[in-house]
Write a protein that binds this ligand. Structure first.
Ligand SMILES: NC(=O)c1ccc[n+]([C@@H]2O[C@H](COP(=O)([O-])OP(=O)(O)OC[C@H]3O[C@@H](n4cnc5c(N)ncnc54)[C@H](OP(=O)(O)O)[C@@H]3O)[C@@H](O)[C@H]2O)c1
Length: 337
């Protein structure tokens, strides 16, 4: 089958290659992939930056050489013991190796794709949607004044919609002027152009921070006495540990006092997929795709992420892969985690 692969860290190493079609093992199913996306996480995994990524994903070269981590497609094979899904169902969720004609998924990382949106839109939900959902949960936003820093990005555009759906009293989105109309269209009550205004000049109950470009003292001043700073992303992508030392120091410092700082690594839990599908079905959330990349052009998607200028989500069209001959291999042939 055709797949987007990488045998060495760095965007130069990304290429289209051939891989055997994988077979579903116990508790797994195989998906005929329709669509995936490129996320900042994909960029970290492909570049091996910060260095911490290599400790987890392979020191010398990437452990998982087929790229892509979120997916929408059709169930095409059930592994032994799988009874929760049926062949032919349209599903979405997290996988390892989404940029391929076929991908293997664990049953607890999948959910039925929402009706009424495209495969491309469903594929854009798991990574950024679940992060936004967890951020909104940690912000406990009902009845509160919320600001989303980075409202035009993948996570931010979901956070605005989910905060509104969760009963936030006022939601402001921080973005540049070129994305102001887009963020208003998501339902934001206020748009703050970060090139002209400073969101820390106002008072907020909750800051959902997808950018991480402000220091703690600025956020403290901008929060009410029991306000919450929910840190989703950080601008520091380099060094061995990236933002980790700063995050740890911040979490220690913010243990004292009534204001709180929340940081999380988003869990691949199908509870979030079910929640996102429900929000889509009820009309509260709609993924926004700004660009779609063909299989042979996926590297351009990574470069767009690297630029920091992606709007909403960037999708990858797996129907653009040529149909390779289906040669089965056993599930042991390719290590998965
Ligand atoms: N904690 C977790 O588990 C978790 C999960 C998912 C993602 N993340 C992290 O969350 C962060 C956001 O992810 P994402 O998918 O939303 O990224 P993204 O889509 O690549 O974000 C790009 C957006 O950021 C905006 N932006 C850039 N600089 C800005 C600034 N100074 N102020 C406000 N907006 C700015 C850009 O708008 P303009 O072009 O208008 O500037 C662009 O629309 C990343 O660091 C990612 O690694 C963490």
């Amino acid at each position: 089958m055709t797949a987007v692969v990488q045998s060495a860290y760095g965007l130069d190493g990304i290429e289209v290659g051939e891989r055997p079609v994988p077979a579903a093992g116990p508790g797994q199913l195989r998906i005929k992939v329709a669509a995936s996306t490129v996320n900042p996480m994909d960029w970290h995994l492909a570049t091996g930056r910060p260095g911490l990524v290599r400790l987890v994903e392979g020191f010398g070269r990437p452990k998982h050489q087929t790229l892509g981590r979120e997916v929408c497609g059709v169930v095409d094979q059930l592994g032994p013991g799988v009874t929760d899904f049926e062949i032919g169902q349209s599903v979405f969720g997290w996988v390892i190796g989404a940029f391929a004609e076929y991908a293997i998924a664990e049953v607890d990382r999948l959910w039925l794709a929402p009706k009424g949106i495209t495969n491309f839109e469903s594929a854009a939900l798991p990574v950024a949607g679940a992060a936004a959902m967890e951020a909104v949960e940690r912000g406990d936003v009902a009845g509160k004044r919320v600001v989303v820093n980075g409202a035009s990005g993948g996570v931010g555009h979901y956070a605005v919609q989910i905060a509104k759906a969760s009963g936030a009293q006022w939601v402001a989105g921080v973005c540049s002027s070129k994305n102001a109309a887009f963020v208003r269209g998501l339902g934001a009550d206020q748009v703050i152009d970060y090139r002209l205004d400073d969101f820390t000049g106002e008072r907020w109950d909750v800051v959902i921070d997808c950018i991480g470009n402000r220091v703690g003292s600025e956020i403290r001043r901008a929060l009410v006495a029991d306000g919450r700073w929910v840190v989703v992303g950080d601008h520091n992508k380099n060094g061995l540990l990236g933002p980790l030392p700063r995050v740890v120091a911040r979490l220690v410092r913010w243990r004292f006092g009534s204001q709180s700082c929340h940081w999380f690594v988003q869990r691949e839990d199908s509870r979030y997929l079910a929640g996102l599908a429900g929000l889509v079905d009820e009309g509260h959330v709609r993924p926004h795709l700004s660009e779609t990349f063909a299989v042979g052009d996926v590297r351009a998607g990574y470069e767009r992420i690297e630029s920091g200028r992606a709007v909403g989500k960037l999708s990858v069209d797996l129907t653009s892969a040529t149909n390779a001959e289906l040669t089965e291999m056993t599930s042991e042939d390719e290590p998965r985690s």
